[in-house]
Design a protein around this ligand. Structure first.
Ligand SMILES: [Zn+2]
Ligand SMILES: [Zn+2]
Length: 237
């Protein structure tokens, strides 16, 4: 019986870890053009290119959704990559390995199910729940603000690591800014840069610290801009 509770406790720990893992993977692999670029291409270029922060976030009725689920090898890959640490923990704390694997698999499957339903509103029973509405909005904001709300399923890591935004936070910031303009603290509202430029710059600024020279950095900026432009053109009718 003790072993069962140990396995359950282990699974729960891995669920909490899952929030930080999806944050890390999403930010540093799906949003970063680092080789192999498959995760970046599939997510930033294709998924974000097709589903944006406007109405295109939702797949229309009658249209077959594409590019929402992760690649079939993602789950086995995640489990295999974590096996050494799972086995090490199981050696140090017996009866934890099965709970760990179950926790990872369940997290992944629920992630896929939730992400699908966030983009495909078909009146599924899960859409009735307020927590689902919150998560759908949370992910919708990620599609609008690339560098925020990296967690899809469990936004704990967004909260802890300072990347959480909600509509309330945005409204508060807007009110603060308007007040500052009214008070003359900010002379006038600066024109926002074009979204494609902003996204490209954020991607580069956040992730490409490794660039050793200005030339190399410029080259990468141009590469990301070219990729984003390709997506834009592809989405035009
Ligand atoms: Zn993303
Ligand atoms: Zn999405």
């Amino acid at each position: 019986m003790t072993s069962l509770w140990t396995q359950i406790a282990s699974g729960l720990c891995w669920v909490f870890y899952g929030s930080f893992f999806e944050w890390y993977w999403h930010k540093f692999w799906m949003h970063t053009p680092r080789p192999p670029k498959e995760a970046f291409r599939g997510h930033t270029i294709v998924h974000h290119g097709r589903y944006k922060g406007d109405d295109s976030y939702f797949v229309p009725e009658g249209e077959h959704p594409e590019h929402i689920l992760l690649k079939p090898y993602a789950l086995p890959g995640i489990v295999v990559a974590h096996l050494p640490i799972i086995l090490l923990i199981n050696y140090l704390i017996p009866y934890t390995a099965i709970g760990a694997v179950v926790g990872i698999v369940l997290y992944f499957l629920v992630y896929e199910y939730m992400h699908w339903n966030m983009h495909v509103p078909r009146g599924h029973f899960v859409e009735r729940f307020r927590w689902f509405q919150f998560l759908r909005k949370h992910h919708h904001l990620h599609h609008k603000y690339f560098q925020k709300n990296f967690c899809v399923l469990f936004p704990l890591a967004d909260l802890v690591l300072g990347t959480l935004i909600t509509e309330r936070i945005l409204a508060h910031r807007k009110a603060e800014r308007e007040q500052a303009i009214a008070n003359g603290v900010i002379a006038q509202e600066r024109r926002k840069p074009r979204r494609a430029d902003r996204e490209a710059r954020e991607l580069v600024k956040t992730h490409l610290f490794g660039a050793s020279s200005a030339d190399r950095r410029e080259k990468k900026i141009r590469a990301v801009r070219a990729m984003l432009k390709t997506v834009k053109n592809r989405n035009q009718p």
